[in-house]
Design a protein around this ligand. Sequence first.
Ligand code: NAD
Ligand code: UDP
Length: 336
Amino acid sequence: MRVLVTGGAGYIGSHTCVELLLAGYEVIVVDSLINSREESVRRIEEISGRKLEFHKVDLLDKSGLDRVFQQAKVDAVIHFAGLKAVGESVAIPLQYYKNNISGSLVLFEVMAQHGVRNLVFSSSATVYGDPASLPITEDFPIKSSNPYGWCKVMIEQILQDLYLADPSLNIALLRYFNPVGAHPTGRIGEDPKGVPNNLVPYISQVAVGKLPELKIFGNDYPTPDGTGVRDYIHIMDLASGHIKALEKLAANPGLVIYNLGTGKGYSVLEMVNAFAEASGKKIPYKIVERRPGDIASCYADPSKAEKDLFWKASRDIKAMCADTWRWQTKNPNGYE
Ligand code: NAD
Ligand code: UDP
């Protein structure tokens, strides 16, 4: 089976490509490299011991994408490509809507022209906003408070409408909780440009001495220790969820939606302590104001994916921190 992976050079895409190649899929990566480096593609091949096809093409380049589909004989698409920084999306909404929405529309159009009916889409727990209760199930209402999240809500809606118009499509909307960690070899991992926005890459750069201290955004939330609680999921568990979703699509399920999370929430302080233990380093921190737009707690009910996809996250926060630390120490400057 031939799977075209948009954004396959990025963080989640690269780990998923390794799993796809090891499972025997033929992989075609389309990535503009706007937020990644081709070195990650080389390392995917190194880890998996297999070759993939790489095309440096932007999704907004319809004729470029069309040429890839003409050559590639694609059976299914996993669509990761998109800009993903919430704060940046508030500052430059037009670029976000253009890249993420228009890029997706071009992709869906080219897929339709080439008769490709199977799609896995990277959605996010951000579509649940501040949930009314916990844990979060897939039938909770979806909404957003920033352009990044609206892109996810809108693309989900576009896919719902495409499916209504053509029920022979098979579409899996995967709502990821908080992906962290790296491949256990330490050869691929998350390589944020500039100062990281997300907690675990930030802690990791403090531990390695690149940043002086962590700023914890608020300790007055209604959580056990007052700091924000999230459902962190190991990147390899998330990657394997995509293989399970492809297997599901092969059985013609129509449009399906799954939370990919562990079902367990950890606070910022629990993550700091787990990382300090895994790295053997002190993580200096100070408590600062809440970050605008943050919610107190968010964790999944992952039982639907468990039941339908036979998928369950198996790696704990020890592994998440140890694998992040291995990647950080082996690659202090990422792929540079
Ligand atoms: P990433 O930035 O590492 O990977 C995205 C990749 O897409 C990059 O390699 C980038 O170069 C590429 N890309 C962006 N726009 C493109 C375009 N127009 N044409 C071609 N390539 C383009 O991000 P990631 O963390 O791997 O996220 C992958 C997907 O998962 C994104 O859609 C993101 O919104 C979603 N997601 C991520 C998280 C997270 O915390 N990392 C959580 C939920 C959902
Ligand atoms: N956080 C923090 N300091 C940071 C980055 C994040 O205290 O430098 C907190 C944030 O307030 C939230 C948790 O860590 O409670 C996870 O934040 P992240 O940005 O990684 O994920 P998201 O908020 O998008 O779920």
